[in-house]
Design a binder for this molecule. Sequence first.
Ligand code: ING
Length: 310
Amino acid sequence: MARIVKIAAAQSGPIQKDEGRQAVVARLVEMMRQAASQESDIVVFTELALTTFFPRYYEEDRSKMDGWFETDMPGGVTQPLFDTAKKLGIGFSIGYAELTPDGHHFNTQILVDKSVTIVGKYRKVHLPGHVEYEPERTWQHLEKRYFEPGDLGFPVWRTMGGVMGMCICNDRRWPETFRVMGLQGVELVMLGYNTPTLNSLKPGETAKTRMHHNHICMQAGAYQNACWVVGVAKAGNEDGNDLMAGSCIVNPNGEIVALAETCGDEVIVFECDLDECVFLKKTTFNFEAHRRTEHYGLIATQTAAIPPPE
Ligand code: ING
């Protein structure tokens, strides 16, 4: 018995600083149409899908960055995305910078079902980078300056035929992200990422190694929690800064079954059989039968690594 959910990963090419949201939404709508034309059930968009990756810019007065945030979702400029989704009967997940009515700033991803109801919201927990300007960096990565850590945990939702969860970019590098969702029976994790091709602090690190890091994080998360993972890049060169592509769909065996080939707007689609999660959840990763939580205390109680004394 198959439980097919056809997933489209809608990779975004670069979004330049002066590219208005209206033009960006038009690009996203076009990819949504492509996804729907291939009978996709859900189309996954990237992290901060409406704007350039603005945390690369330093601003002393943080309130001056509020223009990069959305106060309403859907709002005037994003309504066409919801209208198109309703017309085409397709669900979607999209990342954006969220400014809440009480003034909180989050790096957020939502899950919208085929009736364009927002069924889930996730706020990025693991914020990479730094708070203050760091001159030694060839470019800044100021997510810790402009966003607060997510306050919603790692929830999952039963919707559109399966148990689905979300995370964002740097979250994929922390196994706890996937495991907390795995402990809730997640079958499909959707995530977006805006990841520089090169490391501003380690010039010798190759793009190949960085892509290796990108993929093994998602492949491990998928296999070790017996779930599908969809990773969607914002790719290409934004204002002189190169972001990696490599959008992909990973099956519960941790195998990449669909991979973007370009660094531009590109839709890749795969028929994900959510029942492919069942065998591993019942055997190798039968958490109830095999996990020994009495030995895992440090994971949830200790933040830093503390090596034995010299
Ligand atoms: N970007 C990067 C990411 O985690 C990064 C930041 C890159 C951290 C490489 C460490 C190593 O993919 C975002 N937006 O989190």
